[in-house]
Design a protein around this ligand. Structure first.
Ligand code: MN
Ligand code: MN
Length: 469
């Protein structure tokens, strides 16, 4: 008698389920955990887009990359990088095929939701000195109160010199904080709708409470805070007008759960894809197609600005690669393929009703291939073609990558976007691929180590196998 009934054989042949990696292949747990140690280090080094570019550059130089020079001739296997204004970076490993055969693009973003200082941020009220902030990207404002914050960024002084500011990360550094009401006095605040739990103009950061000792000074607490900043960085109040300063959680990347299966950290959207893409790029050895790995800025505010994907810096880079070979840029673009490396929302059992379970991504089921994002009828989505889906699935399955598909929530539950549509606009086949995240955009986001590892494996397969067009 056979082990399988006709029904179970049919079920096995005709239906499918995405497996839980740890149930299917427990050996992966240790491999994934080892891979993620480097990821945690990267997260701690890069809490702003500028710091992520520096962290990437350090790793590229160690791996033998040189700065891209359009007047040089490159051979297959040569590795170069090009930085865009300190806030975005392009990396290439030259392929064995000519560029006219298309490039293989993997793009992640390195900006994350945060609180930016306003251009004129310092003030004093009732003997407390504060920073005024304007939030960057989609945050749930109430989550940012009573969270220890660090100050990161750059400020330019009158003489043109640059101060690189970082306060709140070293063990002996002070940190900063937004206050919130005590429950005893929050009756009225509790009646607010959640988006207004803390209002935008209430995201005021405490920076000091002791006055400078001189009775003639108008704002002595603010002055003492300024004096301390001046002693540390040589900056004055006016220099905030020529600065980009980001207030981010001080929390370091840590293991979460008794089994240490998850990583908890700030900014995993999308530094988790940035790190996995970076490592896949560094490890690419003589790929067939020339690689273009992008770590870009400004995704969280719609890819705007000249360091965001809605600018032409990628197009200009590919154009330069094409010219170096005498190829037609249009031919290069139409033969290219892109993974838009970004995260998706992992199914959260506590908030099950915003997901549609058959089309949600789950933690520990591998990287998530997202056909479309958008909102209200896929509006604003790239919506990858069946052909592109087929190619990426085949590529992952050939290399033993655990993957799943995912929608960004149930229909009309909300929505969002990625850089995918901006790359697709260039006439490039594009699809989103990344890591499922719990508590996305919160000061402390969660990702599964197994999913991080398999996202890296998917990116590595993309560059190794090149994916025929
Ligand atoms: Mn993202
Ligand atoms: Mn995001």
């Amino acid at each position: 008698m056979s082990e399988y009934t006709e029904e179970s054989r049919l079920e096995k042949e005709l239906t499918f389920q995405f497996p839980h990696i740890a149930k299917e292949e427990p050996g992966q747990i240790k491999e994934a955990a080892e891979f993620c140690e480097g990821y945690k280090t990267f997260l701690n080094e890069g809490k702003t887009e500028r710091e992520c570019v520096a962290a990437a550059k350090k790793r590229l130089l160690a791996a033998g990359y040189t700065e891209f020079d359009a007047t040089k001739t490159y051979a297959p296997g040569d590795k170069v990088y090009k930085i865009n204004r300190g806030k975005a970076i392009l990396m290439t490993t030259f392929g064995t095929l000519p560029v006219r055969e298309g490039v293989r693009i993997n793009g992640a973003h390195i900006d994350s939701p945060r609180l930016d200082l306003k251009p004129n941020p310092m003030y004093e009220k009732n003997d407390i000195a504060y920073f005024k902030t304007h939030y960057y990207g989609g945050i749930r404002k109430y989550q940012w109160g009573t969270v220890p914050l660090a100050m990161h960024g750059v400020a330019f002084k009158k003489d043109g010199s640059k101060a690189e500011i970082c306060i709140g990360e070293a063990a002996d550094d002070p940190v900063f904080c937004i206050s919130d009401l005590l429950p005893h006095l929050a009756a009225k605040q509790n009646e607010r709708r959640l988006p207004e739990g803390l209002k935008g103009e209430e995201l005021n950061i405490i920076i000091g409470s002791i006055p400078y000792t001189d009775e003639k000074v108008k704002e002595p607490v603010k002055l003492l805070a300024l004096k301390i900043l001046n002693e540390r960085y040589g900056i004055t109040e006016k220099d905030f007008l020529r600065a980009e300063i980001e207030m981010v959680p001080t929390q370091k990347a840590v293991d979460v759960g008794l089994d240490r299966s998850l990583i908890g950290a700030y900014g995993q959207d999308d530094r988790v894809c940035a790190y996995t893409a970076l490592i896949a790029e560094i490890e690419a050895q003589s790929p067939s197609h020339t690689t273009v790995t992008i770590l870009t800025d400004k995704e969280e505010i719609g890819s705007e600005g000249n360091t965001g994907m809605n600018s032409r810096y990628l197009l200009h880079y590919i154009d330069t690669l094409a010219r170096m070979e005498g190829a037609d840029i249009k031919e290069v673009l139409s033969h290219s393929m892109c993974l838009s490396a970004d995260v998706n929302a992992a199914y959260d059992p506590t908030f099950a009703d915003v997901f549609e379970k058959n089309n949600a991504s789950f933690i520990n089921q591998g990287c998530v291939l997202t056909k479309y994002t958008g909102a209200r009828g896929k509006s604003g989505a790239n919506d990858a073609s069946a052909e592109t889906m087929a190619k990426v699935i085949a590529l992952m399955e050939a290399d033993g990558v655990y993957w799943q598909t995912g929608e960004l929530g149930a229909v009309d539950a909300g929505g969002g976007g990625t850089i995918a549509k901006f790359i697709a606009q260039l006439d490039i086949d594009t699809v989103d691929l990344g890591v499922p995240i719990l508590s996305m955009h919160a000061p402390f986001e969660l990702a599964s180590k197994l999913d991080v590892y398999h996202t890296y494996k998917a990116f590595a397969a993309f560059y190794k196998d090149g994916m025929a067009r």
